[in-house]
Design a protein around this ligand. Structure first.
Ligand SMILES: NC(=O)c1ccc[n+]([C@@H]2O[C@H](COP(=O)([O-])OP(=O)(O)OC[C@H]3O[C@@H](n4cnc5c(N)ncnc54)[C@H](O)[C@@H]3O)[C@@H](O)[C@H]2O)c1
Ligand SMILES: O=C(O)C(=O)C[C@]1(C(=O)O)C=C[C@@H](O)C=C1
Length: 302
């Protein structure tokens, strides 16, 4: 039996439109309703036909839902939840896809104190935004981390977990605070580093911008992809996950200073040992099939 029959998606950008397409693909009998605050996004989502009905208000979108998924930037979760409060059916489950969880949990609980809330985070995405950028297989073979509230309903958690399994994800259950520390290292810090490197290269007066573009075929190019990620989304992530990011950034700065020292003092052993360790890490990630650019390309084009 399907975990939900009527799913509402709030926010029809990259992730919201991917969830819609994936539901259509893997659970075609589910009724899909969508809403976005931006009238132009609503018009485009409607033209793409990714949901059965695009509504002009959040209230109209949630009124018949048994699952509502908030796919808006994490800084907008509280406002979107508050706007749906009066029309949310008592037995509906509210979930989200936010990239950090503790702050989103606080915002959702404040806005919807009586609702059944089951937060989730599909660890899958791209640097693109908007309804055209989504695709049905984005979540296939990827983790989805479900972060139930301490007093949450286990049956509701299991229904949300099953929803993500149906979209092809492998589900892991985690506490929101722990999620935020793990993702600070594996996702948020890498984005901050990419934004910094690309900004620094662009600012260097002696390296002209055209040279930066011309010679960016290698490692730098990979950083530019990440640094093209959505500015609103990432501004919100860093402000909402401030404590964990600052903690990991402190640790990173210390490790960077250690490398700086090794280079200054011609300490090749330190450099070689670290680079050997990191090469092993990359190989084990690829072996697990969790992060392979070729697989991503295949996923998007099959
Ligand atoms: N992009 C990724 O790689 C990725 C991966 C996993 C999770 N996420 C999370 O998914 C969420 C959405 O990110 P995205 O990449 O789809 O962004 P996006 O910019 O493509 O889409 C977000 C949409 O939300 C809409 N929106 C903003 N405020 C709203 C509101 N109050 N009510 C209704 N609609 C509103 C915007 O108009 C936009 O269309 C974020 O919370 C992000 O942290 C993103
Ligand atoms: O592949 C990318 O472009 C991503 O940045 C995806 C990515 C990540 O860091 O892994 C980005 C943010 C998310 O919350 C989940 C996934």
């Amino acid at each position: 039996m399907l975990p939900f029959a009527r799913v509402t998606i709030i926010g029809l950008g990259l992730i919201g439109s991917s969830v819609a397409r994936a539901v259509r693909h893997y659970m075609p009998t589910v009724a899909l309703v969508g809403h976005d605050a931006d009238p132009d996004v609503r018009r485009r989502a409607d033209a793409l036909g990714i949901v059965d009905d695009v509504t002009d208000t959040i209230g109209a979108a949630v009124t018949d839902a048994d699952l509502v998924i908030l796919c808006v930037p994490v800084g907008a979760m509280g406002a979107a939840a508050a706007e749906m409060a009066a029309d949310l059916p008592a037995d509906a489950i509210v979930s989200d896809v936010g990239s950090c969880k503790a702050e989103v949990v606080r915002a959702l609980r404040d806005a919807l104190p009586n609702a059944t809330i089951v937060p989730a985070h599909p660890v899958a995405g791209t640097e693109q935004s908007g309804p055209e950028a989504g695709f049905a297989t984005l979540f296939r073979g990827r983790w989805c981390i479900v972060t139930p509230l301490p007093d949450g309903d286990p049956a509701a958690t299991e229904r949300v977990a099953e929803f993500w399994r149906r979209l092809g994800s492998t589900v892991e259950i985690m506490a929101p605070d722990h999620h935020d520390r793990v993702l600070a290292v594996t996702s948020h810090l890498p984005h901050l580093i990419a934004y910094t490197i690309v900004g620094t290269a662009n600012d260097l007066a002696e390296v002209t911008q055209s040279e930066v573009i011309k010679f960016s075929a290698g490692g730098f190019r990979d950083f530019t992809r990440i640094a093209a990620s959505d500015p609103t989304m990432w501004r919100d992530v860093f402000l909402a996950n401030k404590d964990a990011v600052l903690e990991m950034l402190q640790r990173f700065s210390e490790d960077l200073s250690h490398l700086q020292r090794a280079i200054r003092w011609d300490d090749g052993d330190t450099l070689f040992d670290l680079f050997s360790r990191t090469r092993t890490i990359r190989r084990s990630i690829v072996d697990q099939g969790q992060d392979d650019a070729a697989a991503d390309f295949g996923r998007k084009h099959d």
